[in-house]
Design a protein around this ligand. Structure first.
Ligand code: XMP
Length: 508
């Protein structure tokens, strides 16, 4: 399998570049800009891509790579800062632009340049830069310009070094994927055979090799990632895998049963189902503060999991559904803690398992395709993301069984109506939130004084940012009517019209 390495110079959209490369069916990984050149060479990449970044190449402390990478003979494609760095390190000139360019820009491209093959001369693409390349290094030719940018693209065809000032990875550069493909396929000669089928075959081999005859435990949460990892590991080592499903009582309606049934019946997997509902509720009694709820649930989860794993005897590996965005995000050391996400990620330090993370190179949509490849049912594969602490962070204020039951019933109606309207797959997440206040209503000539339910539906690509979904009024109306009529304890339904940022997707 051909590999492309993406050197990250602090790009805001680095993961988008990786996605676009994968969409060309070429496997790639993001690595730090200061990775040693020997290490890069040892990976034998077919090509290197330099990302954009916020710095200026000529400032002290700006991220650079070892200039020796240009002597490796590997095709390199620099994007924005990546191009500026290439120009700077090879003897060109980079300076602050008199007029900065942000947003949609008209670009004039040389159609005989390899990157622009098959594209028209006049293009509209997305720019975002304060510096620009003023003079290209020896051996380079200017292959695109804009009204204010003398070098919007440059190329040294002999050395296979290419750069663009615009961002081919964003949707606002609609022909950007063609430029990337031209580089990957025509220039670098990458094989476009990276598919989920080949991924499954390769992972199964690797898991078998790594695990040998040892035993593996996997925490099933009901979500897509852990379900896919369990199915994949099961395909590789069948009986050597035991799944542990901790039912903390904070699942959506019928969810626990559905997941347990899928793994028992469809896969014949060893499954330990732990009913820990009372334990969790007891520890959550009287707790209102969101971070405390999260910490309690994370801790209790570890405890229950530990107890069950001990019962299994000698187990060497823990299989986890870590996916690529988790890996990228955990690389960012200094971002503020908005919420303490909890999943089985907290387990290994305490438990001395070796980790098996076969999905750590995949994006969410790739994980879903692996799930389909492995025969998981569509309703599990396409299920919306669900937070580790479950409904506890959607019952605002104290979590009680009574309030959980109200929320479960309201949430089931919301999801059912969204599915019925054919909108489920277009929406990133849709759910109900139970608020801790009460308001006055009137039903059947009687005064009511009950809880409101907030409906939250968002569109998003990766949960980092999100927009509230512009749901049709008739769908909202049906959701509202049904909740009020069918769920005891609720007399008002509101729709959350806040994007992220400033809000987050979950309320707590
Ligand atoms: P926020 O609310 O931070 O959520 O905008 C972003 C995405 O993460 C999910 N989420 C979690 N997932 N453990 C998880 O595995 C957690 O503790 C957790 N908290 C939030 C949320 O549902 C959304 O998809």
């Amino acid at each position: 399998m051909d590999t492309v390495l993406v050197l990250d110079f602090g790009a805001q959209y680095g993961h988008l570049i990786a996605r676009r490369i994968r969409e060309c069916r070429v496997y790639c990984e993001i690595i730090s800009h200061d990775t040693a050149v020997e290490e890069i060479a040892a990976r034998q990449p077919k090509a290197l891509i330099f990302t954009g970044g916020p710095a200026s190449v000529y400032e002290s402390g700006a991220p650079h790579c070892d200039p020796a990478v240009f002597s490796l003979g590997i095709p390199i494609f620099g994007i924005c800062y990546g191009m500026q760095l290439m120009a700077y390190l090879l003897g060109g000139e980079v300076s602050p632009a008199e007029r900065k360019e942000f947003g949609r820009t008209e670009i004039n491209a040389a159609t005989d340049a390899p990157l622009f093959e098959g594209l028209p001369r006049d293009l509209v693409g997305w720019m975002s830069h304060g510096d620009h390349v003023l003079r290209v290094p020896d051996g380079f030719r200017v292959t695109a310009t804009t009204r204010t940018t003398p070098v919007a693209a440059m190329a040294d065809v002999d050395r296979k070094l290419y750069g663009v000032q615009f961002h081919p990875e964003v949707v606002h550069t609609p022909w950007g994927a063609d430029v990337l493909r031209n580089f990957l396929v025509n220039v670098a000669g990458c094989d476009t055979s990276w598919t989920m089928g080949s991924f499954v075959a390769q992972s199964v081999e690797e898991i078998r090799r790594e695990v040998g005859h040892a035993r593996v435990v996997c925490g099933l949460s009901g979500g897509v990632d852990s379900s896919v990892v369990a199915a994949l590991v099961h395909r590789a080592i069948s009986d050597q895998l035991t799944c542990i499903f901790v039912d903390h009582g904070l699942m959506r309606k019928n969810e626990g049963d559905r997941v347990a049934a899928t793994f028992r019946e469809n896969f014949g997997a060893n499954l330990v189902y732990v009913n820990a509902r009372e334990r969790f509720l007891k520890r959550l009694a009287g707790v209102e503060e969101p971070e405390r709820k999260r910490l309690i649930i994370g801790e209790e989860f570890i405890r229950v999991f530990e107890e069950e794993a001990k019962r299994l005897g000698q187990v060497d590996f823990l299989a986890q559904g870590t996916v690529y965005p988790d890996v990228i995000e955990s690389g960012v050391g200094n971002s503020a803690v908005i919420k303490s996400h909890h999943n089985v990620g907290g387990l290994p330090e305490r438990m001395h398992f070796r980790l098996l993370e076969p999905l750590r190179a995949l994006f969410k949509d790739e994980v879903r395709h692996v799930g389909l490849e492995l025969g998981l049912p569509e309703d599990i594969v396409w299920r919306h993301p669900f937070p580790g602490p479950g409904l506890a962070i959607r019952v605002i204020g104290e979590v009680t069984e009574e309030r959980l039951e109200i929320l479960r019933n309201a949430d089931a109606i919301v999801v059912e109506e969204i599915r019925r309207a054919g909108l489920y797959r277009d929406i990133w997440q849709v759910f109900a939130v139970l608020l801790p206040i009460r308001s006055v209503g009137v039903m059947g000539d009687q005064r009511t004084y009950e809880y409101p339910v907030a409906v939250r539906a968002v569109t998003s690509d990766d949960a980092m940012t999100a927009n509230w979904a512009h749901l049709p009024y008739d769908v909202l109306e049906r959701i509202s009517n049904r909740i009020i009529n069918e769920v005891r304890g609720v007399n008002r339904v509101v729709y959350d019209i806040t994007s992220k940022p400033p809000a987050t997707i979950e309320w707590e």
